[in-house]
Design a protein around this ligand. Structure first.
Ligand code: NAD
Length: 324
């Protein structure tokens, strides 16, 4: 299949691109490099430097690449930033998705897989969370991703688009030459690995949650497993469509992640207690039966694998990716 991957120079996108290519698919990356890295795109894969809000440019990239499907990942994805700049998030995440859908229609592309998020559920009423549970995001990031999902379902009704939204929980780990290099970084695994490497402290936000060790529990899913879910979702379209959670189905606490980092690095972390952050639910764990049953996808890698892979990548790329 020939596939356009928007956001393919980003953390998760670069892993998807390299695994799609390894499976024999032809890929074109479309990314404005605002948060991604040219060096993250696998050798030989064409990169179109453009903004997803430019529907004509996305259409041209689809037509020139002879693409049959889109993986739409390009987005802004920082919760705190979305609270500070909600209009910018609406523009990139919602208007950007509308432009990609218009481009797909203009180029006669009828299969699309979209990067959604657990943030569409907000503070869940039960755990693990199922796809049919209430969608009640508690921040602009989650709101924009939910609005983008709704655009997908409208395009499905209106144009017959084959559409799947994959709701990722906490992506982590690395895969070969592809790893996580965000600036600023907000994700726990790379932050804790850096703290272990540099001897700096790592903050634990809240130790009085109603969880076994008092720290927040999240569902950490290896980025290579996430990538494999995209391949399964693309190959299942148009017969199988809809929204799917991508997570392991079991959670790990912040303390367990820090323990895993100490185990892998052989360093003792300087843990600093900090107050709870507003809006952090105690537990976010994915119910993943639907993805198993309909996509045949099951995560195969553990948190320990993810931490070890991320550590290996960080040691091989101490300064991250080279500047573009
Ligand atoms: N990292 C996670 O744990 C996580 C969890 C849930 C959902 N997601 C979603 O997965 C996707 C990828 O996340 P990531 O962690 O790899 O983020 P990332 O920032 O590393 O990648 C996003 C990519 O999109 C590009 N981009 C941003 N705005 C653009 C625009 N206007 N036009 C063209 N390209 C643009 C960036 O340059 C970057 O390469 C996002 O849609 C995010 O919302 C991520």
């Amino acid at each position: 299949m020939r596939i356009l991957v928007t956001g393919g120079a980003g953390y998760i996108g670069s892993v998807i691109v390299s695994r799609l290519t390894a499976r024999g698919h032809d890929v074109v990356v479309y990314d404005d490099l605002s948060r991604g890295h040219r060096a993250a795109v696998a050798g030989g894969v064409p990169l179109v430097d453009g903004d997803v809000r430019d529907a004509d440019a996305v259409r041209d990239a689809l037509l020139e690449g002879g693409c049959e499907a889109v993986v739409h990942m390009a987005a802004l994805a920082e919760v705190a930033e979305s609270v500070a700049e909600p209009a910018r998030y609406r523009s990139v995440n919602v208007d950007g998705t509308a432009a990609v859908l218009a481009a797909a229609r203009a180029a006669d592309v009828d299969r699309l897989v979209f990067s959604s998020t657990a943030a569409v559920y907000g503070a869940p009423q039960r755990t693990p969370i199922d796809e049919d549970d209430a969608l009640a995001p508690t921040n602009p990031y989650g709101e924009t991703k939910l609005a983008a999902e709704e655009l997908l379902w409208q395009a499905r009704e209106r144009d017959g688009l084959g559409a799947t939204a994959l709701r990722y929980f906490n992506a982590c780990g690395a895969d070969g030459a592809c790893g996580e290099d965000h600036d600023p970084e907000s994700h726990l695994v790379p932050l804790a690995l850096r703290a272990a490497r540099d001897g700096t402290s790592i903050r634990v936000f809240g130790e009085d949650y109603p969880t076994p060790d008092g720290t927040c529990v999240r569902d950490y899913v290896h980025v290579a497993d996430l990538a494999d879910a995209h391949i399964a979702a693309l190959e299942a379209l148009p017969a199988v469509q809809g929204a799917f959670n991508l997570g392991t189905g079991s959670g790990d606490s912040v303390r367990a992640v820090l323990d895993a980092v100490e185990e892998v690095t052989g360093s003792t972390l300087r843990r600093e207690s900090a107050p709870r952050r507003a809006g952090d639910p105690a537990v976010l764990v994915a119910g993943n039966r639907r993805a198993a049953e309909r996509l045949g996808w099951r995560p195969r890698r553990s948190l320990a694998d993810a931490v070890a892979d991320a550590w290996e990548w960080m040691r091989a790329h101490p300064a991250g990716y080279p500047e573009d």
